[in-house]
Design a protein around this ligand. Structure first.
Ligand code: CP
Ligand code: NVA
Length: 261
């Protein structure tokens, strides 16, 4: 882990304990990925001791390099570009609260076009979930993810749209998702982003445009009063905490799949 974590670290460690395996946590000061030791060398040594690497990194290229040089599976536990294991838990939560995936199910996302949205774009497009996202101009998701999502959506039948008006994307949504406005590594931009992103706050007024029983979603950690109000967090803690819990179940499934048991 090059970055902090609560959910990812704990859910992986608990997953390994449940599966009668063992997890070793290596924090930012332990390895010195790419500084104390070159990434390919770290990947090669780890491959001689353990069965899986789960890496949370700043640069996406670091996790790609680990995957290229390791002889064991590597899981992206969040990079500046993607957060795929979060998307697994999100889709399970959506299914639990809103019904089978596909079937015209609509997920709205408001806020930053970041790693979490990139992963949701790919996951929703693949699973046939309609995804409408509203991001401020200049903070849209990367074009490569939009294109890949459109390609997957052409197969699954999902509708993918990226707009800039929050009310427009939230209309008739089954679930409304948001994430922090300044991700880990962007702390210096927090104040400037807070002003620009204010119209994208997930509050009761915005949520009123969604379906009457729509759920709110957040990958956490949340900055209450910024991207989501205290009121929405409290009222929708059932779905938001289910997302956190589902990290455990989906990661256990992923580990079993990878190990091939
Ligand atoms: N959602 C998520 O990945 O949380 P952590 O950063 O606490 O792991
Ligand atoms: N977009 C956030 C997600 C945290 C789980 C970040 O990268 O900090």
């Amino acid at each position: 882990f090059e970055k902090p974590s609560l959910r990812t670290r704990v859910s992986f460690e608990v997953s390994m304990a449940h599966l009668r395996g063992h997890a070793i946590y290596l924090g930012p000061n332990d390895v010195g990925l790419g500084t104390r030791e070159a990434v390919p060398d770290v990947a090669a040594s780890l491959s001689r001791w353990v069965d899986i690497i789960s890496a949370r990194v700043y640069r996406h290229s670091t996790v790609e390099q680990l995957a290229e040089h390791a002889t064991i599976p590597v899981i992206n536990a969040l990079s500046d570009r993607e957060h795929p294991i979060q998307a697994f838990a999100d889709l399970l939560t959506l299914q639990e609260f809103c019904g089978p995936l596909g079937n015209g199910l609509k997920l709205a996302y408001v806020g930053d076009g970041n790693n979490v949205l990139h992963a949701l774009l790919l996951a929703c497009a693949k699973m046939g979930v309609n995804l409408s996202a509203a991001c401020p101009n200049g903070y849209f998701p990367d074009e490569a993810y939009i294109q890949e999502a459109r390609r997957l959506a052409a197969v699954s039948g999902a509708r993918i749209e990226i707009l800039s008006q929050p009310e427009e994307v939230v209309r008739d949504a089954d679930a409304v998702y948001t994430d922090v406005w300044a991700s880990m590594g962007q702390e210096a931009e927090r104040e400037q982003r807070a002003k620009l992103f204010a119209p994208y706050q997930l509050n009761a007024t915005l949520l009123a445009h969604a379906k009457p029983n729509a759920i709110a979603m957040h990958c956490l950690p949340a900055h209450r009063g910024e991207e989501i109000t205290d009121e929405v967090m409290e009222r929708h803690k059932a779905s938001i905490l289910e997302q956190a819990e589902n990290r455990l179940h989906t990661q256990k499934a992923l580990l079993l799949l990878i190990i091939g048991l």
